[in-house]
Write a protein that binds this ligand. Structure first.
Ligand code: LMR
Ligand code: MN
Length: 433
């Protein structure tokens, strides 16, 4: 009989088995030494690099160490570089996907795309690999690339739901072509296929319908989103939420516990107004709203605090306002919000939309509102307007919509404030928005 290589006696196989056993026994220090030795002594063996990558990834999670995660990524790349020498498509794909997941986690989406390309080249028949690539582009809001990849995928798999979803999102957010986006988003979300069931996608579909005046259809999408646990309620559709926070469209100052701070600001509204108006008079300081929230018109902002941090240069030009805000750290220091002057010109309409989080409340201190009867803010099912020197508070995680049908600009100071029910420790632990 022909000689069969005795795998047991193969020194590489033996060492590899030993290293893996050490890993399974959670003797990580020893396992790492063994894998390091293996990849040195048997540098040409792909599985040595793969084993080392898996171990480093495990260690990175245990130690919560990004340094280790980078080592894991490098090890995966060394493994993937063997290309055709790796016999198993599945192992190649799994390693590539792990590498991509780690790169996404570290925020290096650009690098991830090269791994995606590698996987697609090796497995051109798998549409999911292309959808993963467009998802990586979606994560960094590179909608041009999302569109490009999705179009290619749809050429080969015209009915693929995830590719339709990504194409629809690009049509909506990059081209602002709601009518063209609608059938793609609708088909995808209604397919309920894997990769299509997320709050953001329900929100995108619903908002697209609202912009096409399909009110009842949008409500249906939102109520399905509520049933699936994506939204707190039909009108409260923020995506970054803390559970069990009191939620209502409008708040009274005394309900927030920030009464004293708010009152002091309102008492000083004229000084704040003068600073805001002076800045409005100089060109180039206010910036356009850039999130495609406007149906028509002009709506601009001048930021004083963003994500809990003072915008130094801007505060220098509004010293009174900012010194008042320094006495209100629950607002100035709110890492899930901003403080800003907001100017809205006549003939403006802001589409219905929701803020990103339920962790803040939003106060408007009205500075200039010469035509209160021609402006309107709707929050959920309640409407009100702006009156000079007045302050009101709403929860912008609820759907709101704004009209200015007058002829003169309206200026407000917008102050976000931590939701009063969030503890100090919680406020510190939440990621900025
Ligand atoms: C909003 O928060 O969307 C608007 O109310 C802002 C504004 O300037 O009216
Ligand atoms: Mn808003």
């Amino acid at each position: 009989a022909a000689a069969v290589p005795a795998e047991k006696d193969d020194p590489f196989e033996q060492e590899l088995r030993k290293a893996n056993e050490e890993m399974i026994r959670e003797n990580y220090a020893q396992a790492l030494r063994s894998f390091n030795t293996l990849t040195t002594n048997f540098a040409h063996e792909p599985s040595a690099h793969l084993g080392r990558a898996r171990l480093l990834e495990l260690l990175a999670k245990k130690e919560r160490s990004n340094q280790r995660l980078w080592e894991a990524i490098d090890a995966y790349k060394r493994y993937l570089a063997f290309g055709e020498l790796i016999a198993s498509n599945l192992e190649f794909k799994n390693a590539g996907e792990s590498c991509i997941e780690n790169l996404r986690f570290l925020g290096h989406h650009r690098q991830a795309t090269t791994i995606h390309e590698l996987l697609i080249k090796r497995l051109p028949e798998d549409p999911r690999l292309r959808n993963q690539l467009s998802l990586t582009y979606l994560m960094v809001n590179n909608l041009q690339q999302v569109e490009k990849v999705a179009v290619e995928t749809l050429k080969l798999w015209p009915t693929n739901a995830v590719a339709q979803l990504h194409y629809g999102l690009a049509l909506r957010q990059f081209h602002a072509d709601y009518a063209k986006a609608l059938p793609y988003l609708k088909y995808a979300v209604e397919s309920e296929e894997e990769g299509t069931q997320e709050a953001f996608f329900y929100l995108s579909l619903g908002e697209t319908m609202q912009r096409l005046s399909m009110k009842s259809e949008a409500l249906e999408v939102y109520s399905k989103g509520v049933a699936k646990g994506f939204f707190a309620s039909l009108y409260q559709r923020s995506l970054y939420n803390e559970p069990r926070l009191r939620a209502q469209p409008f708040w009274q100052p005394k309900e927030t516990g920030y009464e004293r701070q708010l009152e002091k600001l309102a008492l000083n509204w004229r000084a704040i107004r003068d600073e805001g108006l002076a800045l409005l008079g100089r060109s180039g300081f206010f910036e356009d709203e850039a999130e495609l929230l406007r149906d028509k018109g002009v709506w601009q902002q001048y930021e004083l605090y963003a994500q809990g941090r003072r915008v130094k240069d801007n505060c220098r030009r509004a010293p009174i306002t900012c010194s008042l805000l320094e006495e209100f750290p629950e607002s100035a220091g709110c890492r899930r919000g901003q403080v800003k002057f907001s100017v809205m010109q006549a003939k403006t309409h802001v589409w219905p939309h929701c803020g990103p989080t339920n962790c803040r409340l939003r106060a408007h201190l009205t500075l200039a509102a010469p035509e209160p009867e021609k402006t309107s803010l709707r929050v959920a099912e309640q409407e009100r307007t702006w009156r000079e020197g007045e302050l009101f508070i709403f929860d912008d995680s609820f759907e709101h919509e704004v009209w200015h049908n007058g002829s003169q600009p309206r200026l407000v100071l917008i102050l976000d404030m931590w939701h009063p029910q969030l503890s100090a420790a919680k406020r510190r632990s939440l990621t900025p928005i």
